[in-house]
Design a protein around this ligand. Sequence first.
Ligand SMILES: Nc1nc2c(ncn2[C@@H]2O[C@H](COP(=O)(O)OP(=O)(O)OP(=O)(O)O)[C@@H](O)[C@H]2O)c(=O)[nH]1
Ligand SMILES: [Mg+2]
Length: 233
Amino acid sequence: MKPDGKVVLLGDMNVGKTSLLHRYMERRFEDTTSTVGGAFYLKQWGPYNISIWDTAGREQFHGLGSMYCRGAAAVILTYDVNNLQSLIELEDRFLALTDTASTDCIFAIVGNKVDLTNEYALLQETEDENRPEKPVTSCISTKVQKQVYLDDAVALYKKILKYKMLDEKDVPAAEKMCFETSAKTGYKVDYLFETIFDMVVPIILRQQAEGPLQTVDITNYKSAKRTKSGCCA
Ligand SMILES: Nc1nc2c(ncn2[C@@H]2O[C@H](COP(=O)(O)OP(=O)(O)OP(=O)(O)O)[C@@H](O)[C@H]2O)c(=O)[nH]1
Ligand SMILES: [Mg+2]
């Protein structure tokens, strides 16, 4: 089965890429083990099958990153809001891996683990009451001051546009493409993936109009039905 489009999660080890994808696809937060290589889930979105690739953040697997990004319609650059270095790494180490992505690839920047910050209670209050998956109130009292703010992510988004030589008016606004999430509570996880899938559809249509997608290596295919997390060999 050949996916119609491809979304790739990139970012440093331990930022929560596997947990985000697991939360979205399996509706759960579980203990993970550090990813080895990469794995993908298939998500049906309307008439399209979108593959969502989880990659390994560990340095030793870095060489694989550009292979996973080949032909990608969207790249989700993930950092941990409590770890400034994880944002810096996105620019220093991961951005270059996206050179193999589709020319009209969209970029999202995602700060995960907001549940650990002292801002989280406030964020929850502003959440829509009718959301199907309301975040559970955490009882952890060891909240910390965030290390990375949305403005920092917006600044990175603008640097990406520069790097890609894209004009701000030709791409989605930075404010729309910078997200803060919690894989642990589910905060904004559906919103993140579904915003991106909607944006990927026109890219799929364009890719299909222009000819077949590059072949996707399915040796690491992970069925969406399987529940074991961290199983990426
Ligand atoms: N509190 C909190 N912990 C999280 C969250 N997301 C992930 N974690 C924890 O952070 C650790 C790393 O999560 P992973 O999802 O394995 O991170 P990863 O980015 O896939 O790491 P690599 O596979 O090594 O690249 C695990 O202990 C998770 O339980 C979150 O939103 N909140
Ligand atoms: Mg992982």
